[in-house]
Design a protein around this ligand. Structure first.
Ligand code: CMC
Length: 445
C-alpha cells in the first residue's frame, strides 16, 4: 500500500491496484482484470487477455476515425484543445510567431531545441543550397494541363523526387535523413512556385539564394522583368508567420498519413506525397480554399444569416469552423487575424473580410455553434491573407503544405526511431457474409 496526495492537503490510503490501474469485470464470464494505466492510457493490447474461452481472439476496442486512440508517444507538439493551447517542443505558438522565423521553427521541431547562431546559419545554408530542382522536373511540370490543380502537381512532383534520389530509401541512415530533410524543405517552395507559374503560363523563376526562405518563395512566385526581386518585408514576415503557424499540429490526418505510409519503410518523398494527398481534402488543408469559395458564394454581409440558416439545417458546413481537438478558439486563428490586418494595410482591405467578420460574429453568438464548441480554425482567415497577396485559391493548400513540411519530417523521424512502432495496421470488425458458394455468371440474377 502507498500513501498518495489527493490534493488540497488531504491524504488517503489507496492500494497500488487502485492507484494506476483500471479494473474491468467481464460480465460474460464474471472474470476481473486489472489493467495498468500509464500516461492516462490503457494499452489496447492488454484488452486481448479478456476472453470468454481460451481460444478466443480477445477483446478489441472499436474506434472509427481514432476519436480516442493514441497512436504514438510524441515529444514534439502539444495541443490543449479545451484551453486553446498550442506548443512546439514546449514553446507557445504565440511566442514563436512573434520572435522566431520559419526556418528556426523547423529546426526546433526537427532537432528538439532552438538553434544557436552557428547551427541556424549552417541549417539555413544547407536548405538554401537545396532549393534548385533537377531540370527534368521542369519538363515533368510542363506536362500538366494549364488548369491542373497546383496541389495535384505538388503531390505528383514530390513523389517523382523519389526517382531522382534513390538513396533516400536508406531511411535508417541519419546522414541520409539529414540530406532528404534539406532537400524536402529546400525544394518544396520551388516546386510550389513552379506549379503556380505553370498554371499562369509564365516562365519559371529560379531560386535566389540571397533572399530569406520566404523572400525567395515570393521571388519565385512573383518576379517578372526586374533584375532583382525585393520582397516587401511586411508580406515576407506575414507569410513566414503563416508557415510557423502551420508547421505542426500533432497527429492530424496528413501527419498520420506520413507516419502510416512511412511505417512501411517507404522513402520520405513517397511518404510526403501521401501526407500532401491527405492534406488536400476540404476537411483538412483544403479548408482554406473552401472558406474562400464559401465567402464568395455568400457574396454579401446581408446574405450571411441566410447561409448560417443553411448550415444549421445541415445543408452545408461552415468551412473554417470546428476542429477535432480545439473546443475553444484556435490560437492560430487569433494570430492570423492580426497578421491579416497588416497585409491589408499594404495590399488594401480584402472585400471578403467583412463577410468573414459577420460570419464569425453571428456564429460565436449562435447556440448551434456555441453548444457544439465550434470556433474559427486556422483556415478561416489564412485564405483572406493569401488572396490579398494575389494568390489564387487553388494555391492555398499548397502554402499549407510548405509550412507543414517541418512537422511531417519531425513526426516521420520520431516514428522511425521509436522502438515501439511497427508497420501501421489497424484491425477491423468484420460484419460481412460468412463463406458463400460461388455462383456461375449465367446463374446470377
Ligand atoms: N459547420 C457546421 N457544423 C459543424 C462543423 C462545421 N464546420 N463542424 C462540426 N459541425 C457539427 C457536426 O455536424 C456535429 O454536429 P452534430 O453533433 O449535430 O452531429 C458536431 O458539430 C461535431 O462535429 P464532428 O463532425 O463530429 O467533428 P469532427 O471532429 O469529426 O470534425 C472537422 C472536425 C474539422 C472535420 C469539422 O469541424 C469540419 O468539417 N469543419 C469544416 C472544415 C474545416 O474547417 N477544416 C479545417 C480544420 S483545421 C485545419 C486542419 O486540420 O487542416
Amino acid at each position: 500500500m502507498e500513501k498518495s496526495s489527493t490534493g488540497a492537503g488531504s491524504t488517503e490510503v489507496r492500494t497500488a491496484q487502485q492507484q494506476d490501474s483500471l479494473t474491468i469485470v467481464d460480465n460474460r464470464t464474471g472474470k476481473r482484470y486489472d489493467l495498468p494505466i500509464t500516461n492516462g492510457c490503457i494499452r489496447a493490447m492488454d484488452l486481448r487477455k479478456i476472453k470468454v474461452e481460451d481460444g478466443d481472439f480477445g477483446l478489441m476496442s472499436y474506434d472509427p476515425a481514432f476519436l480516442n486512440t493514441a497512436s504514438c508517444i510524441s515529444k514534439i507538439t502539444l495541443i490543449d484543445g479545451d484551453l486553446g493551447i498550442l506548443r512546439y517542443r514546449g514553446y507557445p505558438i504565440e511566442v514563436l510567431a512573434e520572435k522566431s522565423t520559419y526556418l528556426e521553427t523547423a529546426y526546433l521541431l526537427i532537432h528538439g531545441e532552438l538553434p544557436n547562431r552557428s547551427q541556424l546559419s549552417d541549417w539555413t545554408y544547407h536548405i538554401t543550397h537545396h532549393t534548385f530542382i533537377h531540370e527534368s522536373i521542369k519538363k515533368f511540370l510542363d506536362g500538366f494541363h494549364y488548369d491542373a490543380h497546383p496541389m495535384s502537381m505538388l503531390i505528383s512532383t514530390i513523389a517523382a523526387l523519389s526517382t531522382f534520389y534513390p538513396e533516400s530509401k536508406s531511411i535508417f541512415s541519419a546522414e541520409s535523413r539529414k540530406k532528404q530533410t534539406y532537400r524536402l524543405l529546400g525544394k518544396l517552395p520551388t516546386i510550389a512556385a513552379f506549379a503556380y507559374r505553370h498554371s499562369l503560363g509564365l516562365p519559371f523563376v529560379y531560386p535566389d539564394n540571397d533572399l530569406s526562405y520566404t523572400g525567395n518563395f515570393l521571388n519565385m512566385l512573383f518576379k517578372t522583368t526586374e533584375l532583382k526581386y525585393h520582397p516587401n518585408p511586411t508580406l515576407e514576415r506575414a507569410l513566414d508567420i503563416l508557415f510557423i503557424l502551420h508547421a505542426d499540429h500533432e497527429q492530424n490526418c496528413s501527419t498520420s498519413a506520413m507516419r502510416g505510409v512511412g511505417s512501411s519503410q517507404s522513402d520520405p518523398y513517397c511518404s510526403t506525397a501521401a501526407a500532401c494527398a491527405a492534406l488536400y481534402g476540404p476537411l483538412h488543408g483544403g479548408a482554406n480554399e473552401a472558406v474562400l469559395r464559401m465567402l464568395m458564394e455568400i457574396g454579401s454581409v446581408q446574405k450571411v444569416p441566410e447561409y448560417i440558416k443553411r448550415v444549421k439545417g445541415g445543408e452545408v458546413k461552415l468551412m473554417g469552423f470546428g476542429h477535432r481537438v480545439y473546443k475553444n478558439y484556435d490560437p492560430r486563428a487569433k494570430i492570423i487575424k492580426r497578421a491579416a490586418y497588416e497585409v491589408f494595410d499594404i495590399m488594401g482591405r480584402n472585400p471578403l473580410l467583412d463577410i468573414a467578420l459577420e460570419v464569425e460574429r453571428i456564429a460565436l453568438e449562435d447556440d448551434y455553434f456555441v453548444s457544439r464548441k465550434l470556433y474559427p480554425n486556422v483556415d478561416f482567415y489564412s485564405g483572406l491573407i493569401y488572396q490579398s497577396m494575389g494568390l489564387p485559391v487553388t494555391m492555398f493548400p499548397v502554402l499549407f503544405a510548405i509550412g507543414r513540411m517541418a512537422g511531417w519530417i519531425s513526426q516521420w523521424e520520431e516514428m522511425l526511431l521509436d522502438p515501439e512502432q511497427k508497420i501501421a495496421r489497424p484491425r477491423q470488425v468484420y460484419l460481412g457474409y460468412g463463406q458463400r458458394d460461388y455462383i456461375p455468371i449465367d446463374d446470377r440474377v
